[in-house]
Design a protein around this ligand. Structure first.
Ligand code: ZN
Length: 128
């Protein structure tokens, strides 16, 4: 997979962000092991029911029968792209569906990219 495809998909999804409260627009691209890409953007709400781009992408994919995930790439920021990593809620959510080696890419400043694993981001996740 060409990482540039994920970058462009995430940036395009970010354009659909509904974020009138924070004005912090986030987009992401989730790659399945079968090679499909699901995009997501953050969708805010005047209350506590906002949903992050990452969980939008995961719920889209899972609702269409996908269960195996390779990586996710996240872009975000108010105007220019800033370093944006998944929030704690999304990290825990991902841990339900991904193993510790699941790769999380943060693309920022229009030419920088950081790669972490879910293990890096959530080393001691909750599980029953
Ligand atoms: Zn989140």
């Amino acid at each position: 997979m060409d990482i540039n495809i994920l970058i462009e998909t995430a940036k395009k999804a970010r354009e659909n962000s509904y974020s009138p409260y924070s004005n912090y627009k986030v987009g992401c691209a989730l790659l399945t092991k079968s090679g499909k890409i699901f995009s997501g953007c953050n969708i805010e709400n005047d209350g506590i029911m906002s949903i992050c781009a990452e969980r939008v992408a995961f719920t889209k994919a899972i609702s269409e029968g996908e269960k195996d995930f390779e990586c996710i790439l996240v872009v975000g920021g108010k105007d220019e792209l800033q370093y944006t990593s998944p929030c704690g809620y999304c990290r825990q959510f991902m841990s339900e569906f991904c193993d510790k080696n699941f790769e999380v890419y943060m693309y920022y400043d229009n030419d920088k990219i950081d790669k972490k694993t879910l293990q890096d981001l959530l080393p001691d996740s909750f599980s029953l």
